[in-house]
Design a protein around this ligand. Sequence first.
Ligand code: URP
Ligand code: ZN
Ligand code: ZN
Ligand code: ZN
Length: 470
Amino acid sequence: MSTTLIRGGRVITATDDYLADVLLKDGIVHAIARDMAVGPEVKVVDASGLYVLPGGVDTHVHLENVIGPTITCDTFASGTKAAAFGGTTTVVDFALQTAADSPLEAIARAQRSAEPQVCIDYSLHCIVTRVDAQVLADVKHAMRHEGVTSFKMFMAYPGVMMADDAAIFQMLRQVGADGGMVALHAENGTVIDLLIKEALAAGHTAPRYHAMTRPALMEGEATHRGIRLAELAEAPIYFVHVSSNQALKHIVAARDEGIPVFAETCPHYLLFDDSVYSSDDFEIAKYVMTPPLRTTDDQNHLWRALRYDDLQVIATDHCPFCMKEGHLGYQLQKMRGKDDFSLIPNGAPGIETRLVSLYDIGVMQGRLSLNRFVQLTSTTPAKLFGLFPKKGTIAIGSDADVVLFNPNATQTIHAEHLHSQCDYTLLEGRTLQGRVEKVFLRGELIVDGAEWKGREGMGQFVRRGEVRAF
Ligand code: URP
Ligand code: ZN
Ligand code: ZN
Ligand code: ZN
């Protein structure tokens, strides 16, 4: 294993900001000091003028996820390679419990397909769709013996993934008591389904009706319900993809009461607003994700919550589906919903552009400090999901997952230059400030400018511990 000295960069963690040399040895951060002397066997990388950041931790991605009748168009290989080019060195994907199997089978299945492919380190949240005594026993086993300590449940998508309130409550109570976390997709699924049926019956079939039928009020209602279930269960809870102030106001109120409520938002809710839904054009299918984009007022509330720690994480919810028919040999993806918006698979790509887009609109535009940027994209997601301090910081003994980031370079984003297999990016043609120059995974250089130095299968499954939420 090679030893590398990163010379003269500006080390940024969630709390610190200083000039130092960082020695990567045996896969970990071995030493941090000024003007370190090293022998000729050590490879020296000049980082002057660059930020030395802990590798990004993206705790919400969908790679090779079967969602309804289709599958996300990034494999574990393409998705993790794209993540690496974007400065992310750990992802937490999903293992989906189907009607036929158990959480433990779901975890083993996801690991079997991930293991030979992953280019960066990974873990899994297990999606629990059904709760009974055996499922609860499996969940306990997964926490104790498999290193899977977080579980995702859906209040939306009735008949597909939705769990009822009692099932969510049972999971919260057990997982919380055992030191883990339940992550919740909060939307009122049955009311939304009714609104969808009514819209279609009225002939409203264009993609923009996806947004019209998923009102922020129903995100808020479900968020409030989830908080009350967690409160009764005396368990922490984590809300994925918070998009609206209707949801946020319940999160803020609960946190003010001292209830352990945590939440993420995603770059697309900060970068785009609901003005994209103003035409009947099918191109709008690119923006069919759940929850949909909200108003500029919602965006202002999200930024405020990010600043004041009412939101603690920015994850991508990378859930790519191709626009073009037959792209990469995939059967219809977004085009499934050509004549019926409810058949458009929900989700958008974003795994590679998270750090640079947030650096540009967050740090450069004065909305986030550099420390807060690192905290939101690496440190806190690692802490909330039991990966810290192995992941999420630059400290002696932590994994040598390091990003050299050039704050002065600019880049113009084009789908064909990204490494996702998705045939579009929401950021097409947008020029952003900041660029990932080099990425190290456990001390190995995997990204060197535009060059790929990593290998499929070099990523490791990270067994996670208890959450450190408090
Ligand atoms: O649109 C989205 N977010 N698709 C992925 C599934 C989910 O709800 O997270
Ligand atoms: Zn969701
Ligand atoms: Zn998702
Ligand atoms: Zn293509």
